[in-house]
Design a protein. Structure first.
Length: 135
């Protein structure tokens, strides 16, 4: 059956990790599904990087398969429209990014490709998440 049309998935909300060639640490997870009218939270486990002090989370409308740069592989297309970016501090080896998702039909099925970057003691790129909000 139909599973998606150029950035629109008409199904239940979900988030799915992806990691290209598994070059980046798989530490970015979704704590909740991106359900419209609720709060969506993505979390980065930074415990393997004791000097980490913050993370930056980016959401773009398209994924990417590389290039490999000094801090990992880029998994989001910085040339596509940016949907959000956010900085959060690290506490006890975790960094959480929470978003209040409005109950807006215009956002239903809008795909976001998300990647985090761990800061402190150098920069490290994480795995990606495909996040699809819906009701």
């Amino acid at each position: 059956g139909l599973s998606g049309i150029d950035g629109f998935d008409p199904i239940a909300p979900y988030s799915k990790p992806y990691n290209g060639a598994s070059a980046n640490p798989a530490v970015l997870t979704s704590l909740t599904e991106p359900r419209l009218g609720t709060t969506w939270t993505a979390q980065i486990a930074t415990c393997s990087r004791p000097s980490a002090n913050a993370t930056v989370l980016y959401g773009y409308s398209a994924p990417a398969e590389g290039p490999a740069i000094s801090y990992g592989k880029l998994l989001i297309d910085f040339g596509s429209p940016k949907q959000f970016d956010r900085v959060a501090l690290v506490s006890a080896g975790l960094s959480a990014h929470s978003f209040n998702l409005p109950s807006n039909i215009a956002l239903a099925g809008r795909v976001s490709y998300v990647q985090a970057f761990i800061l402190g003691g150098g920069t490290v790129a994480t795995n990606g998440l495909k996040a699809v909000p819906n009701f």
